[in-house]
Every structure is written in C-alpha cells, then in structure tokens.
Design a protein around this ligand. Structure first.
Ligand code: NAD
Ligand code: DAU
Length: 357
C-alpha cells in the first residue's frame, strides 16, 4: 500500500460510477495513486466524459455501461465484484436539466435504482469479512436542500427542498439510497457537496465558461443580477472528503462537504478576470466583457454548507483557499485550451446558452 489513504486490507476492488466525469476522474486518479486496489470505472461515456486525465493504467478498467440498462448494470457489478462502490454517475448540469429533464430522471433516479438493486444482490452474496466491510457511498449535492436567504447554512439536518429538475432527481436518488439502507440493511453512506471547480471540468459550468469566453474575447454571460451565491470547493478537497468518508464514515449517515468558499457569481467572475489581466494582458480589462443575461429559470439564490460534522467527526479540512485553487485552475485551462476545444467539439457544445426557456 502506498502512502496516503489506507483502506481496510479487504478493500481490493473499488467501483467508481461516473469515473469518466470531472469529480469521478479526480477520484479515480487518486485511488490509482494512493491505493493498490483495482479500480473499475462504470460510465456510459456521455457528452461530459473524457478519460485522458486517467490514461492507461494496469489497475484501471473501464466498464462502458449506461445505468439505465438494468441488465448491463447487474453484469457490470458481477464483473467488478466490488468491495466498495462510489456512486457519482449522474447528469449534473442544472441548465441542461431545465431544457431536457427526462435524461436526469432516467440517469439519476432510474439509474441509481438499477445500481442499488445490483449492488444489493452482490452485497447479500458476499462472504463473511468482505460482506462486513462492504460500503455503498452515494455522492450527492447541496442543491437538494433548496435555496438560502442571506443567512444560514445547510447541514445534515436541513430538510430537503429541491427546486430544479437536476436537484429533484438527486434528492430522489438520496431517498432511494437511504431507503435501501433502512429496508434492506445495505451499508450506505452519503455526502452532499457544494460547487466543485478545478482542472478537467467540462467547459459548460460557470468557471470554465468564464475562462473560455474571456480568452476568446467573447461576452461573458452573467445570469440575472450576478448576486447568486455559491460555496466553491476545489475538487481535490472534495476527493479528500470522499476518501475519508469511505474509510471512517458512519453507516447510514450523511456528511455535508463544503464551506469556506462563499462568493457571489459576480465576485467569482471578477476574480478570474483580474487574474487574466495579470496572466494574459489585453487592451481592455477582461471584466469589460461581462454581460448580464436573462436569469436561469428557478435560479437558487444562495448555497452555503456547514461542514462541522465531517470536520469534527472525521477531521476533514479543505487544503486549498479559493485564491490558490482558482489560480491553479485558471493556469490549467490556459495550458489546456486544445483539450477544451476537443471535448466541446466531441460533445457538439459551442458555448451556447443552455437552459433558457
Ligand atoms: P460530470 O457531468 O462531469 O460527470 C458525470 C459522469 O457520469 C459522466 O462521465 C457521465 O457519462 C456519467 N453518467 C451520467 N449518467 C450516466 C448513466 N446513466 N450511466 C453511466 N454513466 C453515467 O459530473 P461531476 O461534476 O463530475 O459530478 C459527479 C457527481 O457529483 C454527480 O453525481 C453530481 O451530482 C455530484 N456533485 C457534483 C458537484 C459539482 O459541483 N460538479 C457538486 C456536488 C455533487
Ligand atoms: O452546488 C453543487 C452543484 O453545483 C452541483 O450539484 C452541480 O452538479 C454543479 O453543476 C453546480 O451547479 P450550479 O448550477 O451551481 O453550477 P453552474 O456552474 O452551472 O452555475 C454556477 C452559478 O453561476 C449559478 O448561480 C448560475 C451562474 N451562471 C452559470 C453559467 C453556466 C452564470 O451566471 N453564467 C453562466 O454562464
């Protein structure tokens, strides 16, 4: 076992769903680097997927499966024969859920149901110690809690109040996971995290959109009054939290992950533009490109996380400040414009506005 996270010695086979996506990819890379386990990556390889961040590795095996297909999902679980499952596969972009909610219900609700059924069947048949140690870890979002006013923060006891097709589908998946624990005794643990940012994020979400629009000299779309607040977390800090919860999290519990990164969208955009002014000076300040556009329908006003439980119970703390994380992220995108171009072309996405009704 290499340095870093130490799983129980019976955890030799790990299944990550959604490992060709942004957060799943970061998790797969860390598992390959910091454990000796075989890592199975179940992903349908959708528009936001890319495996170049993982590359070839003898302990990485892709299982190209759509969770909507129950038979293929059961066969994949049988093949992977996992000791630990991290379930990240989901349609993840709120704007796309507004234009096309059906795909979110299929992947996030039906897909989670199919995975739970296959995982339960697998867990029930595991022998002694492997059965004892098995965990199903469900990766969810703070958006299931709804929208905050100017004060307060979400915690594990906040009632669910999802308001977009995306967050409603994620809330449904959380409920299914808890139900499989209470009804069938499945050893599950959940995490609800705030907005992630970092390298390798498909360029349709706020931070990469701002970077790519600015570099192209195109107008930077700021929804509504730009005062909506998100709680930004560098993706590697989220991965730290996921690994800690997998090792030490209490079965049946959930952990809120985030905090320390609250900023209005306008502040985020300004910070990126100021950095770009230093890294890539242009004739005019980049912030001049910012253009208010019509608001996102049902736009949640503010998210903020109280991470007390995961900090006090498991000792998690983020290692990256927003200032450091955003500078590293910006440099990565500037060095990887060709990757952005390739994945966007592959996905048929050309920076057009998504999710306006
Ligand atoms: P992403 O869109 O970058 O990647 C999701 C991956 O899941 C893709 O590779 C996609 O092909 C795969 N997938 C989707 N539907 C599938 C299906 N039916 N079968 C198999 N694979 C499927 O998403 P992300 O930002 O990496 O988010 C990963 C998870 O973390 C999601 O569950 C999301 O809800 C959650 N989350 C994301 C954030 C964030 O800020 N990005 C924050 C909190 C929680
Ligand atoms: O809170 C966690 C969630 O964060 C995750 O569960 C989702 O998977 C993830 O996509 C993210 O959702 P958001 O909707 O908060 O992220 P997004 O980057 O799409 O938008 C962030 C904020 O920026 C939001 O208030 C909308 C605004 N925005 C977004 C885009 C794409 C803009 O103003 N302009 C834009 O072009």
């Amino acid at each position: 076992m290499q340095e870093g996270f130490v799983f129980s010695p019976v955890i030799n086979r790990i299944l990550v769903t959604g490992g060709a996506g942004f957060i799943g990819g970061a998790l797969v890379r860390r598992l390959l680097r910091e454990t000796d386990a075989m890592v199975f990556n179940l992903d349908k390889l959708g528009y936001a997927s890319d495996l170049s961040s993982i590359g070839e590795h003898p302990r990485h095996q892709l299982l190209k499966v759509d969770l909507v297909n129950a038979e293929a999902t059961a066969a994949a679980i049988q093949q992977a024969d996992p000791d630990l499952v991290f379930h990240l596969a989901a349609e993840s972009h709120v704007d796309r859920s507004i234009s096309g909610p059906g795909a979110f219900i299929e992947s996030n609700v039906q897909g989670t149901f199919n995975l739970l059924q296959a995982a339960r069947n697998h867990w029930e048949q595991l022998p002694g110690e492997r059965k004892q140690q098995f965990r199903f870890q469900h990766i969810s979002t703070d958006e299931v809690f709804g929208s905050l006013g100017p004060t307060g923060r979400f915690s594990e006891t906040t009632p669910y109040d999802p308001r977009s097709p995306y967050s409603a589908s994620k809330a449904a998946s959380d409920h299914l996971v808890r139900a499989w624990h209470h009804t069938y005794g499945m050893p599950v643990v959940l995490t609800n995290c705030s907005n992630n940012y970092g390298p390798w994020q498909f360029p349709e979400k706020l931070i990469p959109v701002v970077i790519l629009k600015a570099v192209a000299g195109e107008s930077i779309p700021l929804y509504g009054d730009g005062q909506n607040v998100r709680d930004w977390l560098f993706v590697e800090d989220h991965v730290d939290a996921l690994l800690l919860v997998a090792q030490k999290g209490q079965i049946g519990e959930s952990y809120c992950v985030g905090g320390f990164g609250e900023r209005s969208n306008k502040e985020v955009v300004l910070e990126i533009c100021n950095l770009l002014d230093q890294y890539r000076p242009s004739d005019a300040p980049y912030f001049a490109l910012v253009t208010p556009v019509g608001d996102r329908p049902g736009h949640d006003r503010r998210y903020a996380i109280d991470s007390s439980r995961i900090s006090s119970d498991l000792g998690w703390q983020p290692k990256h400040s927003f200032a450091n994380g955003i500078a590293a992220t910006l440099r990565w995108y500037l060095d990887n414009l060709a990757w952005c171009d390739r994945v966007c072309k592959q996905a048929g996405y050309f920076g057009n506005r998504l999710g306006a009704i």
